[in-house]
Design a protein around this ligand. Structure first.
Ligand SMILES: [Zn+2]
Length: 138
């Protein structure tokens, strides 16, 4: 399910997440089956997750990887991004879909506006990388 990061696709997915299209899906909570509302972008198998408490159920979208050249393995993962929502967060503001950027050490939960700013920085970095390549080839 992982793809190389394509921010326009992720931004489109974040925008689509703002339009609620919930579906009712089964989930296992402490070994018992319940049914929960799940946004259309969620790819979590809530039965397999089998969270202990209903409040621990979190929705998660497809992962988009950000990689750089690696040594012998080809590429090294820097971070991945996905949509996420904690529908049982105590603060209603935290229940809204966010873009979760995980760098392996920490999860950063970005609002759609923050994610677009982050995407702009990544695009600017890509343009600088392209310029460096042109200069190296000259
Ligand atoms: Zn879900």
């Amino acid at each position: 399910m992982r793809r190389a990061i394509r921010m326009s696709t992720l931004a489109q997915a974040a925008a689509a997440a703002l339009v609620p299209e919930p579906r009712i899906v089964p989930a296992s909570v402490n070994g018992r089956q319940v049914f929960i509302e799940c946004p259309s972008w969620c790819v979590t198998d809530h039965v397999a997750e089998n969270e202990r408490y209903l409040e621990d159920v979190e929705h998660s979208g497809e992962l988009f990887d950000l990689v750089i050249p690696g040594d012998s393995s080809g590429y090294r993962l820097l971070a991945h991004a996905r949509l996420g929502a904690d529908l049982f967060a105590p603060d209603p503001a935290d229940r809204q879909p966010v873009v979760v950027v995980d760098d392996g050490a920490k999860e950063h939960r970005l609002t759609p506006a923050e994610a677009l700013q982050h995407a702009d920085r990544l695009i600017a970095h890509g343009e600088q990388m392209r310029e460096l390549a042109r200069r190296a080839a000259a």
